[in-house]
Each structure stands twice: as structure tokens, then as C-alpha cells.
Design a protein around this ligand. Structure first.
Ligand code: HEC
Length: 141
């Protein structure tokens, strides 16, 4: 093979291998969720602990598909209560945007001045965590 044919082939292999990913990676998300355990746990409806974590934030089991600000017996900030009233249901996409920057997300959704009391943001990997949270109920314990 000529040198130019080789570089064409390699270039093609690279472009095929690194195309955009539209879905998060569950296994990566499972690891990255370690960043959230200081404040969040995953606890099933029957009380079973799926991932042990802190209680400064709400239980995140079943959060994808759940109305924002609606975990039982958790006191949300004014921002999250307003988000609940607006009818926002967490999707993988909205959860990703929230985790990348909670306050920006609330000002985009509700207007400036609305803030979250979540003192944490994760610029990279939030989509993987969202994918993990959307699937954790079905991937075993
Ligand atoms: C330092 C503590 C802390 C860490 C770390 C943290 N959070 Fe939070 N999180 C909170 C608090 C507090 C709230 C409640 C926010 C409010 O009421 O404004 C919250 C709320 C949320 C909500 C909204 C849940 C609902 O019921 O509407 C999601 C989703 C969320 N966090 C995801 C994450 C993810 C994913 C991570 C890890 C990347 C993470 N959080 C890391 C403290 C934290």
C-alpha cells in the first residue's frame, strides 16, 4: 500500500472510531456517580439501599422521569420548588444540563434570580451519569 493510501485508511479509521456519541455510557456513569455520593444516595421505594450516600441532597433513585423537586421528605430550595411548580420532569438531557451547572440551568428554565442549593457542578461526564441513573433500576444491585 502506498503511503498516501495508508494515511487515508488511518484517517478513516480514526473518524469512524471517534464519531459523536449521543447516549451516555452507563459503566462510566456508575463510576462517576461516586462524585455525587457525598450528598446523594440511591434508595429503592421499598427502602433497599442501592448505593449508600449522604443525605444533604435528595434520594436520586428513579430521578429520571420524576417531577423535579419531588423526592419525599426532602426540603428543596425555592429554586427547585419553582422548577417543580413549572412541571419540569427530569429527562436524561435536562438532568445533564442541571449537573453541568445547576444555577445556569435554573435561570434558563425559570429566569434570572433562581438558584439551587446544590453546591456542586460536574462539567464532564454528566451525560454518563444521567444514562446510569436512567438505567440503574434495571442493571441489578
Ligand atoms: C455537596 C453536595 C452535593 C453533591 C456533591 C451533589 N449534589 Fe445534587 N443536590 C444537592 C442538593 C443540596 C440538592 C437540592 C437542590 C435544591 O433544593 O436546590 C441537589 C439536587 C440534585 C438534583 C435534583 C433532584 C430532584 O429531586 O429534583 C439532581 C438531579 C442532582 N442533585 C444530581 C446530582 C448529581 C448527578 C451529582 C454528582 C455529579 C450531584 N447531584 C452532586 C447536593 C449535592
Amino acid at each position: 500500500m502506498t503511503k498516501s493510501a495508508w494515511s487515508l485508511w488511518i484517517g478513516l479509521a480514526i473518524s469512524l472510531g471517534s464519531g459523536p456519541t449521543f447516549a451516555g455510557d452507563i459503566a462510566k456513569g456508575e463510576k462517576l456517580f461516586g462524585n455525587c455520593l457525598a450528598c446523594h444516595r440511591l434508595q429503592g421505594d421499598d427502602g433497599t439501599t442501592i448505593r449508600k450516600g449522604g443525605r444533604a441532597g435528595p434520594n436520586l433513585f428513579g430521578v429520571v422521569g420524576r417531577l423535579a423537586g419531588s423526592a419525599p421528605s426532602y426540603e428543596y430550595s425555592e429554586g427547585l420548588q419553582a422548577l417543580q411548580k413549572s412541571g419540569q420532569v427530569w429527562s436524561k438531557e435536562s438532568l445533564t444540563a442541571f449537573v453541568v451547572n445547576p444555577n445556569d440551568f435554573l435561570s434558563v428554565q425559570l429566569g434570572p434570580g433562581h438558584t439551587s442549593k446544590m453546591p456542586f457542578a460536574l462539567p464532564d461526564g454528566a451525560a454518563d451519569i444521567a444514562e446510569y441513573l436512567a438505567n440503574v433500576a434495571t442493571i441489578g444491585r
